[in-house]
Design a protein around this ligand. Sequence first.
Ligand SMILES: *Cc1c(COP(=O)(O)O)cnc(C)c1O
Length: 389
Amino acid sequence: MPEAFLPFALPEIGEDEIAEVVDTLKSGWVTTGPKSRRFEGDFAVFLGDATRGEQLHCIAVNSATAGLHLALEALGIAPGDEVITTTHTFTATAEVVRYLGADVKLVDIDPSTMNIDVAAVEAAITPRTKAIMPVHYAGLAADMPALLAIARKHGLKVVEDAAHALPTTCGGQLVGTLDSDATVFSFYANKTITTGEGGMLVTRDAALARRARVMRLHGMNRDAFDRFTATVPSWYYEVVAPGFKYNLTDIAAALGIHQLKRANGFQLKREALAAAYDDAFAGLPVILPPRAAAGDRHAWHLYVLRLADGAHIERDRFIEHLFGAGIGCSVHYIPLHLHPYWRDRYGLTPAMFPHSQQAYERMVSLPLYTRMTVDDVARVAAAVSAALR
Ligand SMILES: *Cc1c(COP(=O)(O)O)cnc(C)c1O
């Protein structure tokens, strides 16, 4: 009998999450309110509010894309400016730069980590450059000490796309508490914790936080929760900018409150599954995913295998074989330089990004999620071995 299809990703939603959502629905407050506030507070505590004695501002939003947009807007990124990021990412990282009319400078990756190449970043800086946006690819921290040093040297802002990076550490510190201007997490369905759709903008910069809170909700200087829960009549607010509609609902935050409590446990499970894959693939003609530095934590959002020179099968055929064996997989990412919009706007060619291009042609993301069992890993490993035979 054929085995059931093993999906590429599945969320793990427990009874606590479900009960909190039901409580929210019954409470009468379904949009941004007490649960969103609680989720923001819990998130600050999770990251370590006491880091260096400065307050971490956590701003819940309805996607990481929204959070990245708000961060760049608050930093004043505008037409004429350039922002440097990796070509090896999801289009959301770069599109927010274009929302603001600024330009994107895409650079190649370091093939050993798949993260943005630090030397390429420095080489791409021009007088128009205003910011760097590293992505912690797959959940492995980018080289933040080097990137922050470059940013300081050239007077640039740093906004981390941490969509994959909860909980990731860099030099022993959680991503979200480093010295960048802002860090943005995603709670999309397949990320390491989920609210269905959602994100969190984290910053130590009080002015950035203030601006992002206002722009998150139509540019209003007081949100609905403030106005309707105040003890004195408080229908009054002022619109101070043409803002956006980026607030997180309390229904989503209800999920986030309980997902966050499980984030460290989820990470351990993902790490164990990744180690089981590594063991199963030893000796096969594949390049295993890079590991975190000693003492650091990899969030293991993705397990990305690359076919090595000795593999006598093309990536597309390899994926067909896995699907034939009832196993879902994916590719992260089709690099931005290959997408018509980015390619044509900036005249990009694969030769400009040899490492990303080569990785793309050989890569496949295997199923990796907390609801997988050791039997599931064995099944994937058997299909990978069979495809490479
Ligand atoms: C998922 C993802 C995003 C966007 O997250 P949303 O919450 O869906 O907006 C941005 N960047 C990267 C690298 C991602 O993987």
